[in-house]
Ligand binder design. Structure first.
Ligand code: CU
Length: 223
C-alpha cells in the first residue's frame, strides 16, 4: 500500500479531529442536556417560589385592626384590602356616641389608653421633612379642614356617622397608600393606627369633651 499523500493525510487528519471534536461536543451536549433537564425544573421552581415569596412579602393583600376605647372595650373593627386603586378600608363601629366622628390613620402603630397620643400625628407619608418641623401647624388641620391648611393627609378617612344605637359603617379607598413596602405602607416599620375622634367639624358627640379628643384606637396588623 502506498503511503498517504500530504493532501490525503491532511484531510484524514482534519476529518479525524473534526470527528473527535464533534463526538466530544455531542457528548458534552448530551450530558449538559440531561443535567439541565434535572436542574431546570428545580431552578424554575426555586425561582417561582422566590418570586411568590417576594410578592407576598411586598404586597400583603389584607390587614385588619381591632379598635378599643379608653376603657379597653372593643368598639370597632377595620379591614384593609389592597386593590389596584389603593387600600380599601371597611370600618364597623359599635358602642360609640351618636353623631359624626373623624377617623384617621395615624403614624404610629401604638395605642396607649386613655389619650392615644402614642399613635402620633396623622399618617401623611407625602409630607416633606420640612413640613414635619411644623407639626403644631399640621395639627391645625383637624381644626380647620379645608381652611388655611389645604393639604389632606393620605391617611385621612371620611367622617363616620354613628347611629342612635351606637353603630356605624364606613367604606373608603385610600388611593395614596399601600399594604406593600415603602414609606406609604400602612404596614411600614413602626406600624400605623386607626384613630376615632370624639367629633367632627368642630362638633363633639360627647358633652364636655373636645371634638378632637381621641376616643378609640386600633393598631393596623397584617393578616
Ligand atoms: Cu386623627
Amino acid at each position: 500500500m502506498r503511503g498517504l499523500t500530504w493532501r490525503e493525510s491532511q484531510f484524514s487528519d482534519v476529518g479525524a479531529k473534526e470527528h473527535m471534536i464533534n463526538s466530544n461536543k455531542y457528548q458534552f451536549q448530551a450530558k449538559f442536556a440531561s443535567r439541565l433537564a434535572v436542574l431546570l425544573p428545580l431552578i424554575t421552581m426555586a425561582t417561582l417560589t422566590d418570586i411568590n415569596a417576594a410578592i407576598s412579602k411586598t404586597l400583603k393583600s389584607s390587614a385588619s385592626s381591632q379598635i378599643f376605647n379608653a376603657k379597653g372595650e372593643l368598639v370597632g373593627t377595620a379591614t384593609f384590602t389592597q386593590s389596584t386603586s389603593g387600600v380599601k378600608v371597611t370600618l364597623q363601629v359599635q358602642k360609640l356616641a351618636q353623631g359624626e366622628h373623624m377617623v384617621h390613620l395615624h403614624e404610629n402603630g401604638k395605642c396607649e389608653a386613655p389619650d392615644f397620643k402614642s399613635a402620633g400625628n396623622h399618617f401623611d407619608p407625602k409630607r416633606s421633612p420640612m413640613d414635619a418641623t411644623h407639626d403644631h401647624m399640621h395639627h391645625k388641620h383637624e381644626e380647620m379642614k379645608h381652611g388655611v391648611d389645604q393639604h389632606q393627609p393620605a391617611g385621612d378617612l371620611p367622617n363616620i356617622m354613628v347611629q342612635q344605637d351606637g353603630t356605624g359603617t364606613l367604606t373608603a379607598t385610600l388611593s395614596e397608600l399601600t399594604l406593600g413596602t415603602g414609606h406609604n405602607s400602612l404596614l411600614k416599620k413602626g406600624g400605623t393606627a386607626i384613630v376615632i375622634h370624639a367629633g367632627a367639624n368642630g362638633k363633639s358627640t360627647i358633652p364636655n369633651v373636645d371634638y378632637k379628643t381621641r376616643i378609640a384606637c386600633g393598631v393596623v396588623k397584617s393578616q
